[in-house]
Design a protein around this ligand. Structure first.
Ligand code: GLV
Ligand code: MN
Ligand code: MN
Length: 419
């Protein structure tokens, strides 16, 4: 039976061709920018729905904007094995982050259909739409919707242009009132698998095409508002200034120092907005974000305490006000060990290393939200120099092929175990 499955080389070529199709859709010509609920997201969702239908799945775009595709097992409505990832991107992002995993799932469904292979469970492929969480202050909202963890307060949040999430969702063609009903019943999904580029350098350094994720690191995100006193850049003496920007700059440096002092931790100030933003005005207000992560929940707690202490000290020394709003607090999520073994069997059968490399994930993934609903596991693919969230993101067609073949073999392995 397995002889009729496509080779890794064929799967890699199909994946790169499909990515060309999907990545035509961007909100910024010349770059790949596809934020949640944008026009390009809608176009990409429709393209994905079409590709799922071509692969023999029954597909629809759900109330939260995810594309869901399904082929039934022997008994319609019985539990599924789900393969998912996301089609939203960061601003000026890469071609593989998320999209590769969605295309991989569709190619797995297509290969099984073409080989005439029946499975003892339903197969679902899902293209989530809000993994990057760069437009609204959400956290994996579209996968959380399926996992039953959607926070209704997210619907009231606004993007940088003041657009409310619920309004953007209606404009997209979604339905805020339909989100609660997306939550899957516990037991209705047997397993969630996600293939994703590593977004780090480990596999390349170790000369491995693929690796199996052990756990996804804990992560917190905060929005900081520093309030100083705006004034004339030519007349306010240096000793009398309450400059919100220089205070915030010192805080950003403190984040760097604190993260470096905690083993395996990272901390990033990725958004920095200065008001009023004129060359001849002392900045009166700054808003910035802090994203910090660690494999350990306890370490992350210590980092938050250090950040609060450090920011408080800087603010009082400089006479500025500070408001810290931690809007994401996601604990570390271990991946399911049985599913890690199924992926390892898939890797071995796909011609990879018999003892697959295991590694943690520093990036967040939809698997993090899905793990609250069902056993979840991830397969990483090597990418060039570990560069991601950048147009320089690159990987080989050969590696993509090995990974997709391994994912396909892992689904076959789960079928064997179930049968
Ligand atoms: C998503 O890519 C994240 O980890 O921020
Ligand atoms: Mn991603
Ligand atoms: Mn990403």
């Amino acid at each position: 039976m397995a002889a009729s499955l496509p080779s890794a080389a064929v799967l890699g070529a199909r994946a790169f061709a499909a990515l060309e199709g999907l990545n035509r859709f961007t909100d910024e010509p010349g770059k790949l920018t596809r934020l949640y609920l944008s026009p390009a997201h809608r176009q990409a969702a429709e393209w994905t729905k079409g590709a799922m239908e071509v692969a023999g799945l029954t597909a629809f775009i759900d109330a939260a904007g995810s594309v869901q595709g399904r082929r039934e097992g022997p008994v319609p409505g019985e539990p599924s094995v789900m393969i998912g990832s996301h089609i939203d991107t960061v601003k000026d992002g890469g071609r593989f982050d998320g999209s590769l995993g969605v295309v991989a799932g569709i190619l797995v469904a297509q290969a099984l259909r073409d080989a005439g292979m029946s499975l003892p469970f339903a197969l679902e492929i899902v293209a989530f739409g809000d993994e990057e969480n760069v437009r609204f202050p959400t956290h994996l909202s579209t996968s959380a919707a399926l996992a039953g963890g959607y926070d209704p307060a997210w619907l009231e949040t606004r993007d940088a242009d003041g657009v409310r999430l619920s309004d953007a969702l209606r404009e997209f063609g979604g339905d805020p009132g339909g989100i609660a009903a997306l939550a899957r019943r516990r037991g209705s999904v047997k397993a969630y698998l996600e293939l994703h580029i590593e977004q780090g350098p480990v596999l390349e350094v170790e000369n491995e095409a693929v690796g199996i994720v052990t756990a996804i690191n804990a992560q917190r995100r905060a929005r900081i508002r520093v309030t100083g006193e705006a004034g004339h850049a030519g007349t306010v003496p240096m000793s009398l200034r309450k400059d919100a920007l220089t205070a915030s700059a010192e805080m950003a440096l403190a984040v760097e120092t604190i993260a470096a002092a905690h083993e395996q931790a990272v901390g990033t100030v990725g958004v920095f907005q200065v008001s009023p933003g004129a060359a001849n005005v002392v900045p009166g207000r700054v808003e910035f974000t802090v994203d910090f992560r660690s494999p350990s929940n306890a370490v992350l707690g210590n980092m938050e305490a250090a950040i609060r202490r450090g920011f408080g000290e800087i603010a009082s020394r400089r006479g500025v006000g500070i408001d810290i709003d931690v809007y994401t607090n996601a604990p570390a999520v271990p991946m399911d060990s049985d599913l890690q073994e199924a992926l390892a069997a898939g890797v071995a059968r796909a011609g990879g290393n018999a003892a697959a490399r295991h590694l943690p994930s520093g990036a967040a993934h939809d698997a993090m939200a899905m793990a609250a609903l069902c056993p979840a596991a991830m397969l990483f693919v090597r990418n060039e120099k570990g560069i991601s969230h950048s147009p320089l993101e690159a990987m080989t067609e050969a590696d993509a092929g090995i990974a997709i073949r391994a994912l396909l073999e892992a689904v076959v392995e789960l079928a064997r175990r179930a049968g």
